[in-house]
Each structure stands twice: as C-alpha cells, then as structure tokens.
Design a protein around this ligand. Structure first.
Ligand code: WT7
Length: 647
C-alpha cells in the first residue's frame, strides 16, 4: 500500500460543491443531528405528500427496522423524468453508445418520458400492479432504463438479472421473487458476440413452471427467435399501440423500488430490497457531490444495469439530478483497446466511473492506446468494485487523467444502495489505494473478531454503526436472513463482510472480504454457490472453493475438487468442470484453477479448514498456522505438492 498524498489542488477546490470546511461541518451535523441533516437533504426530491418524520431506524437484536421519510409519498419516475420536463425537456437524458461504434443515439428527457409512459401502460395492460415483481434480463440498451422507470412509474418492483447469468441462475431469480413478467431482448451484443437472451429466458421459464405469463421481447439484433403465442409480446408493437399518457403512481417512501439478487457466504443469492424515498435521496445526493456533477456535464459510468452500480449511478442518481448519463453496451477492448477513450472523445465525457479490473487490463496494453486519444473533456475519474492497487491508481491518474483529474475511489455494496466511503474531490486529499473518509451520515467502525471496538490506526472488520437512507431494508421475503446475515455477527451494528485498515489520518483502506465471498473483477461470487455447482457434477464427490490473488481480476476462483472413487483427474475433466460451472451459473463463476485433491483438510468434527486452503491457493504455505486440529494432517502435504498457483 502506498501512503503517497495527493493534496486537493486549488482548481478542484474552487469548482467543487464541497470543500474541506464544508465537509467537516456537514459531516458533524449529519452525525450529531441526522434528522435535521437528512430532513433538509430530502427536499431535493419532489414529494407528493411531504414527510414529517425523517428517521426511524433500529439495529437492535430482534428488531431490525429501517424506515426513512416514512410518512412521505413520491414517485421515482416522476422525480427522474417529469419534474425535469419544463426546464430540460430537450436536454439529452441518455446518450446510448452501442457495441458497434457506428451505433449511438441521444434520448432527451421528453423522449424518455414518452418511452417510459408507453411501456408502463403495456405493463398495466398485461395486469402488472403496484407491488408486483417484474424481472428484467436485458442488454445495455435504452430499453433497460425505460423498463426500470416504467416499473417505478406504476409501483412495480423490478429485479434485474445480469445478462451474463445462465438460464438456471435466471430461473432461480424469477422464482426467488415470484415474478410473472420478464422483459428481455432477442439477443444481446457484446464485443461483436451475440448473447442468446430470449433463448435463455425460454429455458429458464421452462424450469420455473407455469407462473410466467408475459415475456416482453425487445428487438436488438433482429435474430430469429421463437415467440410463444399469448405469452410473448414484441416490445416495439406493444409500445406503439399503447398510450403515451400514464400518471405516476403515488408511492409511500418505504414502498419497495427494486430487488437485486446478490451472492453471500452461504446458500442461494439473496434478494436485496431497496425502497423508494431514502434510496433516491441517497443516490441523488451522492451522485451530485461525489462525482461533483454540475449542470451540463456528461457523465459516464461503465457498469451494467445488472449490478447495483448501474441502478444507482447510471439510472436513478443521475436522472434524479437531471444529468446526461451515458449508457455503454460494449466492452473496453472492442473494436480496439482504445474504445473507452474513443467514447470519451466522441461524446465529450467529463466524468468517468469504472472498475479497477478494467483499468488493470487496459494498463497491460501500455500507454499508447490511451495517448492516441485526446481525453481533454475529462475532469474527474472514479473507481468502484474492489480495492484499487496503487500502481493502477497512479496509471489511471497520470496516464488517463493526465494528473488533472481527481480519482474518487468509492467503497460501497449492493446492500448500501449508494457510496459510503469515498473522497469528495474538492475536500479530501487523495491517497492511492484508499477510499479515504466516510460520506455524510456514515459512521464506520472497526471491530476485532470478538466484536471489541478498535480505535485509532488499526486493522479490523468494517461495521457501520447507524443507518443511512440508502440502506437495504430487508432480504426479500426473509427478514430473519437479513438480521442473521448483517446484524448478528456484531450486535447493534451493520457488518459489511469487509476487512479494513484505518491509518493515522483516519483514512480507510478496504482490504477485501473476510467472509466466504470472492470478488472476481468487481463482481461478487459466493464460494458456496460454486461449490454446489461443482458437486452437482456426476464425477465430483466434494469441492471447496477459495479466492486467490489474480493480476487482472483482483481475485481468481481456486477450486479443490475430490473426485468419486475410480474417476481419473485429467486435464480434460478440468475443462469439463469449468464449462459445467460456466453453464450452470454463468461465465463470471468459471474456476480459474482446479486442483484435484484426494482429501480436504478437515477438523475432527468434519469442518473444512478454509484458512489452510486459502494459504495454499495463495502459494503461501510457509504460514499455514496451527494444523494440529486436523483429522488427517497428511492431506495438507499432498495439497501443497500439487498446488496450482506456483509463483
Ligand atoms: C463488495 C461489494 C458497490 C458496487 C460494486 C460492488 C468490494 C466495492 C470497493 C472499493 C474496495 C470495494 C467490497 C464490497 N468493493 N467497492 N472502492 N474498494 N473494495 O458491489 O457486488 O455488492 O460488492 O465489493 O468487498 O463488500 P457488490
């Protein structure tokens, strides 16, 4: 880790919404008087019925309850669209940049309004009502944003499933929230390759049974896809026939807005539930202050709407602020490794937000593909998804931003709804690799394994002691799991699952997950999910999966596999198992390394000792620690002898 300091230059100070003095004053107020602070901030939205109560939250064991602005009502789509029409009807809301550089278009706020209203009416015609769940399985096309906002407009709860997930994963998520309606496309297009979204949807629905009665299919590639009579609807035909008038539904601040399934350390992915008022207040405020958004700026977040980053910082935060947000369908290296910077130049992007994994892979191709572009429009750079190593940070800062652009390293999670720890560009001196300091209203705390609070410069487990408006409210349909997952490890606080160091200046350095979750290229994967996929293969008896440091992905997936008696562990079989997991969960879950293991290190009570497996996967077996409680210490020697990650 680097402790190099980049002080805030005067230029950033004078431009930014928040300077150091304001950061300190507002931070203090937000902690001492959250009601007063958030009560004022909440007014940035248009409320149908103004709230009189601001905060009503409890992290107490047995009574986890989170409510913000609970007696207010509003509509998210009206806040993201309608209220801007008078002043910015002709302003571009969404710049869409297709996979092919020849494909792009601008959608104004007025056009966005019409598209959303028409689709909302299509959903209503198909019987979708307030509170119903709608699954979206879409590529990065404007219709993805229309679909989110159409749901929000009529009070339906959307659940987006990333287009890279398999039919099985899609089926689990459709079932997990009992949705009757799926919006998809014929095929997606990424890096010139087609993704069979409609086919995957058909396969998923076949697995779910008869509950899905409507599939709305956007034409993206025009590929020939079979349509099921009565169930499948062509998006273009349906919206053309629908009315462009659809009054927004009045929603209570605590009515659900969306569900997003995310992986945890155990069991199936859980449905993280976010609600209406607090979520939008938080997404909109953080977007404005952290990215220092000013009227007229062109803002680009390269995430996919299948992840929370796309929800909060492509769609809801920016549109609530009347921003111009760029949506990118493609990948960083198609048609060339300069694509990001070509897009920046083409659309004169001012604010650019991406993931360390992308930066590292571009860094590998050297400076020339960056330097052949101008990037003069860039003013601020952002990073999200995983710790950014100082080398990648410096490259991003020096080469991409030409030392002109502050980097905001934003730490947050699907569960937090918005950014919690981050620099504010005009206020906080930067340290490469550190997410720096908490945002307004956020109180981080470090605790040791026993739950003792650690003060000062130290390493610990990262908790947040009080609620903020963007916090998830529950696990959909399973409030008990919500409490167990986040509030039972340490009483009276939210446990993030992350390890963290705080330095002498009070800066936070996220060190990675301390639970059985791996972060692959900024995407979260539960080791338990990969293990259950592997053991479902007929030749596998047992599997244990851990993360290991990976140059490009941050973490790679390392699988120890015990085969059934008599099965030979060949390279062919390794390939078969990788393909199996890929097909079962999706490409992001593909194991990077597989080691066939005659036995796994277990305690006498049969518990797999993952600590040992992690060390061997890291090629750090000199430091195995205490192995005396193992049932059969000899298995460790065999694992070391056959380790796959030799440096
Ligand atoms: C996990 C959450 C939040 C959007 C993307 C991921 C890791 C996220 C950072 C960062 C270090 C980070 C954490 C966190 N993470 N941002 N700036 N520095 N680590 O959302 O899939 O919910 O994953 O991503 O480990 O717990 P997610």
């Amino acid at each position: 880790m680097s402790d190099k300091l980049h002080p805030v230059p005067d230029e950033w100070k004078s431009r930014a919404h928040v300077d150091r003095a304001k950061y300190e004053a507002d931070y203090k107020r937000s902690i001492d008087d959250p009601e007063g602070y958030w009560g004022e901030v909440g007014k940035r939205l248009d409320w149908i019925k103004p709230y009189t109560k601001v905060k009503n939250t409890s992290f107490a064991p047995g009574n986890i309850s989170i409510k913000w602005f609970e007696d207010g009502s509003l509509n998210v789509a009206a806040n993201c669209i309608d209220r801007h029409l008078e002043t910015r009807g002709d302003q571009t809301a969404i710049i869409w940049e297709g996979d092919d550089p020849k494909d792009s278009k601008h959608i104004t706020y007025r056009e966005l309004h019409e598209n959303v209203c028409r689709l909302a009416n299509v959903l209503k015609d198909r019987g979708v009502k307030k509170g119903d769940r709608v699954t979206l399985y879409l590529p990065m096309i404007p219709e993805a944003a229309y679909s989110m906002l159409a749901c929000a407009r009529i009070g339906a709860i959307h659940s987006i499933v990333f287009g890279g997930f398999s039919p099985d994963s899609l089926a689990n998520r459709i079932e997990g929230c009992e949705s009757r309606v799926v919006i998809t496309a014929d095929e997606g297009l990424r890096g010139g390759k087609k993704v069979p979204l409609k086919k995957n949807t058909d396969d998923a629905i076949a697995r779910v049974g008869g509950e899905v009665d409507t599939v709305i299919v956007v034409t993206r590639t025009g590929g020939d896809v079979p349509m099921t009579d009565g169930r499948d609807v062509r998006y273009e035909d349906a919206v053309a026939a629908a009315s462009a008038d659809c009054p927004p539904e009045e929603m209570n601040a605590e009515d659900p807005l969306f569900i997003l399934f995310t992986s945890g350390s155990t069991g199936k992915p859980k449905g993280v539930l976010h609600t209406t008022g607090g979520y939008l207040v938080y997404a909109s405020l953080t977007h404005e202050l952290i990215f220092d958004y000013h009227d007229g700026d062109i803002y680009w977040c390269t995430a996919d709407v299948g992840w929370v980053t796309g929800h909060s910082y492509i769609v809801y935060g920016p549109l609530a602020n009347g921003a111009t947000t760029l949506m990118f369908e493609g990948v960083p290296n198609y048609p060339s490794i300069s694509r990001f910077w070509d897009v920046v130049d083409k659309h004169k992007v001012n604010i650019f937000y991406t993931a360390p994994t992308a930066i590292r892979s571009l860094m590998g191709a050297g400076e020339e593909p960056v330097k052949r572009t101008s990037r003069q429009s860039l003013r601020l750079l952002g990073s999200v998804g995983e710790p950014i190593n100082p080398e990648a940070w410096e490259w991003y800062f020096n080469v991409v931003g030409e030392r002109r652009c502050p980097i905001v390293d934003t730490w947050w999670q699907t569960e937090t709804g918005g950014i919690l720890i981050t620099p504010l560009p005009g206020a906080i001196d930067l340290k490469p690799g550190s997410a720096t300091l908490p945002f307004f209203g956020v109180q981080p705390q470090l605790v040791d394994a026993e739950g003792n609070v650690i003060e000062g410069a130290a390493d610990g487990n990262l908790c947040i002691v009080d609620s903020w408006p963007g916090q998830m409210r529950t696990v959909y349909g399973d409030h008990k799991r919500f409490e167990e997952t986040y509030f039972s490890t340490y009483k009276n606080k939210y446990f993030t699952g992350d390890g963290c160091r705080r330095d002498e200046d009070g800066y936070y350095w996220i060190t990675g997950r301390v639970d059985d979750v791996i972060n692959v290229s900024g995407h979260r994967m539960g080791t338990a999910e990969v293990e259950s996929s592997l053991v479902a293969h007929e030749k596998v008896a047992e599997a244990a999966v851990v993360g290991y440091p990976h140059d490009l992905k941050g973490q790679g997936i390392y699988a120890y596999v015990t085969l059934n008696a008599g099965v030979e562990g060949t390279d062919e079989l390794k390939k078969e198992l990788v393909a199996w997991v890929r097909k079962d969960i999706g490409p992001i879950a593909s194991p990077d390394l597989i080691q066939f293991a005659p036995g796994l290190p277990k305690t006498r009570s049969g518990k797999i000792m993952r600590r040992i497996l992690r060390k061997i996967a890291e090629d750090d077996f000199g430091a195995l620690g205490d192995t005396s409680t193992l049932a059969d210490p000899a298995v460790v020697d065999d694992l070391i002898d056959h380790r796959q990650n030799r440096k």
